[in-house]
Design a protein around this ligand. Structure first.
Ligand SMILES: [Zn+2]
Length: 194
């Protein structure tokens, strides 16, 4: 597998790097991304690929479930650097269909040490949807519930973002805008979540 990466890199060098040499040379000493992208680690949801963005445009943080944790130094450091130093103008929380993290909310993960602790950051989304929709009995109801939880988790993580004073202050001052996006694996479409 790793050998295929080296081969793939040769294709990248030929078809991308060499053709856009000037841009890549600009990127050798600085970066000026305007967006912080918070997405899922899922292998099917590659931020640059689904947005057709170029190198240097997205500052990314990916984790299981596109979670915005409120007690995590790794995440907080990415956030602080993006907002205060890179001065990004937009922060995106991007969820997607068939997210394993959200599916796991319905599964017994008690044999795992870390996953239950992590996805606990998303369980409020499930609670809200179940309160709103009631019990899902039919396959259609279950599919709707799943999709609504995927949407609600994006809203929930945006709420978590605003719990950070550095984000709330930047948003109130008009320095940064927050956005929820949803990527549909079945259609390849990216859409805004209100
Ligand atoms: Zn996911």
């Amino acid at each position: 597998m790793i050998d295929s990466f080296i081969e793939g890199n040769k294709i990248f060098l030929e078809k991308d790097f060499e053709r856009k040499k000037e841009r890549y040379m600009q990127l050798t000493t600085s970066q000026h991304p305007t967006v912080l992208w918070i997405g899922c680690s899922d292998s099917r949801v590659n931020p640059e690929r689904i947005t057709h963005c170029r190198a240097g445009e997205l500052f990314t943080h990916r984790n299981i479930g596109n979670i915005v944790p409120t007690h995590d130094w790794n995440f907080a450091t990415v956030l602080e650097y993006a907002v205060n130093h890179l001065k990004v103008q937009d922060i995106v929380v991007c969820g997607h269909s068939d997210c394993g993290a959200l599916n796991a909310l319905d599964v017994d993960m008690s044999k795992d040490s870390y996953i239950p602790l992590w996805i606990n950051n998303a369980c409020e989304a499930q609670i809200r949807v179940d309160e709103r929709l009631g019990e899902a009995k039919t396959p259609e109801d279950k599919a709707l519930r799943k999709r609504e939880i995927e949407f609600e988790n994006i809203r929930l993580q945006l709420e978590h973002l605003r719990l950070y004073p550095l984000v709330a202050n930047a948003e109130n001052a008009g320095r940064v805008k927050l956005h929820g996006l949803f990527y549909n694996l079945e259609t390849g479409e990216l859409s805004k979540i209100a």
